[in-house]
Design a protein around this ligand. Structure first.
Ligand code: ARG
Length: 410
């Protein structure tokens, strides 16, 4: 039996790499997908081969991750339950796609992953693999054998698999860092400083604010401070600037697909900055009707991605709506980083609906204030009628005709 395993080099995937050879007599091919996690890919390859992998692939998918996944998330202002920018969730369908690619190329019988049966990642991997390659078998030993961390540590020791005594479960890519486990499982405990790697605590950030202008074209960032930039580099740069100012720490209670409520801690400096800036630019450009409707689309989009439904037709349909709207989102947003916060302090666009001649209180205003009277009359017609007819049923009602309603029916 030939199995293609999504291999990170961590405890779970190292254990199952060994186990599948021993218990299933399998030939295992390992695949590590580089989506921007700060790992030593040569060391990972070395480890895989040492643990008996037949062959190892390292695939650099950073550019693809940004252009096909992260850019879509920016256009959708994607925050699951209003908080989580979906770093882990976004990378899963891409990793699944690469696994399937290798499985086909190597003529494998199965693909394997190290997900537990309690999390979201199993849902994302399984659904993506099933959509892309329905015939292939999916093996998830941690889930199937109900493996626990303690058992895995024991097994690793017995088999001479090198593991670090890690307290936290961490997943990392360009769009953010997800941290779970240890003391974080007590939702009343403040996350200890040691869990953070990309962001400084606001107590330690520079005393001076820093300004950056983000340039957008068709809803996605194309440069910083007027200089065009490679998309991967742009996100890495923002991660480091915003992180230095303590921006992007997230601590929230999250509803998993399988029903569990969990306490999740994230670091996502670039994601938080870009979504905030992008949303602000949308407000300058889109009509109030589009903005209001897009909020519904955006939150549904994030919900789909979180729950592993990347290949669901609804997601494709929402993408079509979003792409149509985003064609107009061109311009620049000035943000200010200071003491754990990012604030938008300026925005400009050639497509802006904002018009100083309309908004101004100065005498060059072109807005005819007298028009407002009739507008208000008709705008509130039904609400005023409804309120006044209800008041009449109140025993304490004293009959004075409401001015607006009377005018409207006479
Ligand atoms: N709760 C997040 C999600 O479902 C993060 C999962 C992180 N995985 C991990 N191995 N720490 O997307």
């Amino acid at each position: 039996m030939k199995i293609v395993l999504a291999y990170s080099g961590g405890l779970d995937t190292s254990i199952i790499l060994k186990m599948m050879q021993e218990k299933m007599n399998a030939e295992v091919i390992t695949v590590t997908v580089d989506v921007g996690q700060k790992d030593n890919f040569e060391k990972i390859e070395e480890k895989a081969l040492k643990l008996g992998a037949l062959k190892h692939y390292t695939i650099d998918a950073k550019k693809e991750f940004v252009e096909k996944y992260i850019f879509k998330a920016i256009k959708a202002n994607a925050l699951y339950e209003g908080s989580y920018p979906l770093a882990t969730a976004l990378a899963r369908p891409l990793i699944a796609e690469k696994l399937v690619e290798i499985a086909k190329k190597e003529n494998a019988d199965a693909v394997a992953h190290g997900c537990t049966g309690k999390g979201n990642d199993q849902v994302r991997f399984d659904l993506a693999v099933k959509a892309l390659y329905p015939e292939i078998k999916i093996i998830a030993p941690v889930r199937e054998l109900n493996l626990t961390r303690d058992w895995e540590m024991e097994y690793a020791k017995k088999k001479g698999i090198p593991v670090k005594d890690k307290i936290y479960s961490i997943d990392e890519n360009l769009w953010g860092r997800s941290i779970e486990g240890g003391i974080l499982e007590d939702p009343f405990e403040e996350p200890p400083e040691e869990v953070f790697e990309w962001t400084l605590s606001p107590e330690k950030t520079p005393e001076k604010p820093e300004y950056v202008t983000i340039d957008f074209a068709e809803g996605v960032p194309i440069g910083l401070n007027g200089k065009e930039m490679d998309p991967v580099e742009l996100i890495e740069t923002l991660n480091s600037i915003a992180g230095k100012h303590g921006v992007g720490r997230i601590d929230h209670i999250e509803d998993r697909t399988v029903g569990i409520k969990s306490r999740e801690v994230y670091e996502a400096p670039a994601a938080i900055t870009l979504i905030k800036a992008h949303k602000d630019l949308e407000k300058l450009i889109l009509t109030k009707w589009v903005l209001e409707f897009k909020e519904i689309i955006d939150s549904k989009w994030a919900w789909l991605i979180y729950n592993g439904l990347w290949f669901e037709p609804l997601k494709e349909a929402l993408d079509a709506f979003i792409d149509k709207v985003e064609a107009d989102i061109n311009g620049s947003v000035k943000v200010k980083f200071y003491k754990g916060n990012v604030s938008v302090v300026g925005r400009t666009s050639e497509n802006a609906l904002y018009d100083t001649k309309l908004a101004t209180y100065e005498k060059f205003s072109t807005f005819d204030q007298k028009l407002a009277v009739g507008f208000i009359e008709l705008f509130g017609l039904q609400s005023v009628l409804a309120y006044s007819s209800k008041s009449k049923l109140d025993p304490a009602y004293t009959p004075t005709e409401p001015v607006t309603a009377k005018k409207a029916i006479s």
